[in-house]
Design a protein. Structure first.
Length: 175
């Protein structure tokens, strides 16, 4: 299994339907996977320890951004993490190659069901179209963008749905 770092960004992890259960499963089943819970670390003041985050990323072969999909994007602290941590001359630019060759995986949940994420659905766009800025970021920083793992319908998920998603996510992390 690749050295994996999960950057978890959920502002209300205690009340989460999916992300909390994924986090617990990682802690129980994959103890070698490192989790950096951004809201636990920096949620009070959003003052990110850039050096600590860059060091953690440099140690990993695979970086996972795990979050609930809010307003067609990630929660604000993950966006700030991206802005602050992925710096010029470290993550991109002439000498910015520290993440080159690493894998980047998005793991996220949507509140709405899959039926809303297509041209005729309420959201008018597919999930793959909506996450394009993350793909562009991956390209800029030289990571291999893995097919995302996501769970649609967190608001209506059954226990069976949740258990299935946990099993599939753990399988993806073991790859």
């Amino acid at each position: 299994m690749k050295e994996t770092l999960v950057i978890l960004a959920h502002p209300n992890i205690e009340t989460s339907t999916i992300n909390r259960r994924w986090k617990e499963a990682i802690e129980q089943q994959l103890p070698n996977v490192k989790i950096r819970d951004l809201y636990s670390l920096y949620g009070q003041n959003f003052q990110i320890d850039v050096q600590a985050e860059q060091d953690a990323c440099e140690q990993a072969e695979r970086i996972v951004w795990q979050f609930p999909f809010y307003w067609y994007s990630c929660p604000p602290l993950l966006k700030k993490w991206i802005d602050d941590v992925l710096t010029d001359q470290w993550a991109y630019g002439k000498d910015g190659d520290r993440l080159h060759g690493k894998e980047l995986l998005l793991a996220f949940s949507t509140g709405s069901g899959a039926e809303r994420y297509h041209r005729e659905g309420r959201n008018k766009y597919t999930v793959e179209e909506l996450i394009f800025p993350f793909r562009a970021t991956s390209n800029l920083i030289g990571t291999t963008f893995l097919p995302p793992y996501y769970f649609n319908g967190a608001y209506v998920a059954t226990e069976e749905d949740i258990q299935t998603s946990i099993a599939h996510y753990m399988e993806r992390l073991r790859m």
